[in-house]
Design a protein around this ligand. Sequence first.
Ligand SMILES: Nc1ncnc2c1ncn2[C@@H]1O[C@H](COP(=O)(O)OP(=O)(O)O)[C@@H](O)[C@H]1O
Ligand SMILES: [Mg+2]
Length: 1029
Amino acid sequence: MQGRLDMEGALTTRDRVGIQDFVLLDETTEVAIISNLKKRFSKDLIYTYIGTLIVSVNPYKDLDIYNKKQMDVYMGVNFFELPPHIYALADNAYHTMLTEFNNHFILISGESGAGKTEASKKILQYYAVSCPSTTLMNTVRDKMLMSNPVLEAFGNAKTLKNDNSSRFGKYMDIQFDSQGDAVGGHILNYLLEKSRVVHQNHGERNFHVFYQLVEGGSDDLLTQLGLKRDVQHYYYLTQGECAIVSSINDKNDWKSVKNALQVIEFDETNTNHLFRVVASVLHLGNVHFDPDSKGHALLKNNTELNWVSDLLGVDANNLKEGLTFRKIEAKTEQVLSPFTIDHAIYVRDALAKAIYGQTFTWLVNRINESMENKDSPRKTVIGLLDIYGFEVFYVNSFEQFCINYCNEKLQQLFIQLTLKAEQEEYEAEGIEWEPVQFFNNKIICDLVEEKHRGIISILDEECLRPGDATDLTFLDRLEEKMGNHPHFVTHRLADKMTRKTLERGDFRLLHYAGEVTYCVVGFLDKNNDLLYRNIKNLVCQSKNTIVRECFSAVDTTNKRRPETVATQFKNSLQKLTEMLMAKEAWYIRCLKSNESKQPGQFDEALIRHQVKYLGLMEHLRVRRAGFAYRRKYEDFLKRYKPLCPATWPHWRGMPADGVEVLAQHLGYLPDEYKMGRTKIFIRHPRTLYATEDAYEKCKHDLASKLQAKYKGYKVKGEFKKQKEAATKIETCWRGAQARKEKEKRAWAVKVIKKFIKAYINRGEAKSTDNSEYLAFVRQSYLNRLKNNLPKTVLDKTTWLTPPAVLTQASEILRKLHYRLMVRKYVRGIPPQKKAQLQMKVVTSAIFKGKKENYPPSIPQLFLDTRISEQEINIRVLSMIRNEQVKYSVPVIKYDRNGFKPRPRQFILTKTAAYLVEEAKIKQRVSYNSLKGISVSNLSDGIIVIHITCEDPKQKGDLIIQCEHLYEFLTKLSIIANKQDAIKVVQGSIKIQIQSGKENSVDFTTGQEPMVYKAKNGHLMVVATRTRTR
Ligand SMILES: Nc1ncnc2c1ncn2[C@@H]1O[C@H](COP(=O)(O)OP(=O)(O)O)[C@@H](O)[C@H]1O
Ligand SMILES: [Mg+2]
């Protein structure tokens, strides 16, 4: 269902816009062609193919089909894949040139106003935009593009047919190097319509440049050139009575021209001289003559003549003479013969035409120099031939004769090339040539150009004939010679009916494109195109470099007559034809849609006429004579292979065989197609249609199938690829792992073996067998030890048992570690505690292991003093201050006699110890006189201080009891430096009482601590037992 709809859709679309290629029309009638053109034109489809020829219908409106986007679309695309377009042809020619490395030309033909010049500009633009480029190329390109406005200003004019009609033929070569870069250009110009300079028909203008200069030139420039800003002021600009036209903006165009002149590198001098020539022509046109008494021409006034002489840089008097007298050279002398007024005007106009015409040629040469390709040697060209189309006016003159002859020649070329090409193709493909019926216009070409018998020869003869040759004698001659030619008629030769349509001075040619009646008036003069010698000599000496260059090239000394205009033209056409014959041809046939230059109007009669004279029917017939359609096997197969299961999706054999299989499958009948060497030829369009329709239908089905298949294929493919990759990686990985494992095991076996051996030999001296093992043992012990070190100095048990080899080292390490810990501990002790400990060390040295209550005293901290200075009587203090009080402690003093206990303060200074009672110092014991100190080994607090007896002031040994015995004695021993003086005794201590009397303090243990005077008179001290830890 979907397929059916699509197929019908395609058919209706094709129907609506007609057929893109006339070759595929079912019938080759004029009606069918015109109706197809009309259909397409109504949808703004102005291009249609006949094979590779393009038929273009002037739309007279801007279509949005010439933008960069469109160019990109057509770039490098197969000719028939896209709708017909001039870009397709340009691109195809370009790519063929590149691949086949040969020369091409594009012949653009059609009647005036049909769009030839526009077409050539579009092609040039296409190449400019889409060819590869470099900066160098860009300048060449700019010059090629910019040569257009300049040439159009000087060579185009408004005619009745076209507001911008080219009045010269133009052939432009675009040169490409082998990379396809545009590297240069060259222009050939043909037969400028010079008569326009001096005369314009009603409704027509002179060449654009005159109007542009007068309208657009700056005030300064106009003053310099002696011009008024008023086109109506100039005779040469006003004969057509339409100097100002709304569709032309001369002022703007002048700007473009000036800009273009800069791009093509015209310097100031050249530009200036160019404008002077243009201005001189305008002044020349305003030179008028009056008759003198004898009817000879006299200059009305000299103003205009002086301007001409000034602008051209020629002598004014000589110029005046040249315009009014003819110099006749007799044998010995020169004779001046005065002109009639008509004659003078003729000479004036001849001069104007000559300088303008020569300047135009000079301009083309200058442009060529500027576009010249100077370096790339290997190059191919694409020529663009934009030449005047067939012209039929109410009155047709020498120019129309030349122009139409030119078209006749091009038609001949076209026939030859197409037929030749077609025949050659058949031969190359090994297909039998079947003659084609068509009108060959060679007979008309011969009528015009044949040597000695053709019209041009007869014209030349009349021009050369001495005596009274006139345009009418020329006509007589024609009648004589051409009397019974089927394509030639005159008033006299015609039958009754035809005679009515002819004037006496007319001759009529039956051109391939239709009849044209020519008026012979002016033929001889125009063909001669003579400048009198004195005028020629004059301009040769011009101070205007352009004019001088133009005319000095023409050899004035040569007495032989120069070639006539018609002969020159004939020869240049001959050359052109030869040149084109050597190139591959592409054709654009331009048709005018209507005479009034209106968009959307399709004048069927006008179109029919053009279709006829452009030879479209012939072309089509030739193309379809044998086979309407042909295509390279590869291309045909590529397009239609989905139509046959054997060729889809790939044909593995030769393309020709594939096409044969395909043709069989599609049911082509044997006489419907032929197989050439490289191409298939299909006789009837309908065969191709059927194929194309089937293809259209199949394409949609295929597209969705392909899409689905491709998606599936893509997903599957991706999965397969990933899986393969995964397996590969896995295999590699496993292999690598296995190899690693094996190596590891082998290594392990070796190591274990070695270890066992070493273990057995571990007790032996270090050897190669056990060294590694021992090193391991050492390392492992040290590692374990590191993690199991004792944390404190007091922890003496934690130490790992070392292996035999490390016994010594372990001991050293252990000591080191403890020292380290001690060091750390000691460093961490604050100064106060340090002093305390230092004192405790002293205490320990004296008492450790000697006195029973020493151990429990150790944790009790020593204080700085037990009595603050405030508690000491002020009088006592004042007495001993200078000795510095170091320590004070409350004690109980036992009298020597009777041992009565009395509480006292005991104060230590730097030099002595004082026993104080309130404000009284009871006793002073200088450290010098301190003989010793005794304490018991028990837990009492009794201290006996022995004092030297020799000191009379002393009262004998002191017995005191102190709660802070250790603190007191430590301080005393340090302050008095009496460590060695302290004795710990057992049992009893002897005491000296003054004057040699002795007593004793006895120590014992009991339930209760007591101190009392025993019956034996000793002091009895009872201490409780201290539990030892
Ligand atoms: N492709 C086109 N698109 C739009 N207008 C066109 C086109 N071709 C021609 N014309 C119109 O027709 C006029 C005449 O075209 P031109 O190329 O000068 O004719 P020719 O050179 O054949 O005498 C142009 O000035 C333009 O207005
Ligand atoms: Mg043109």
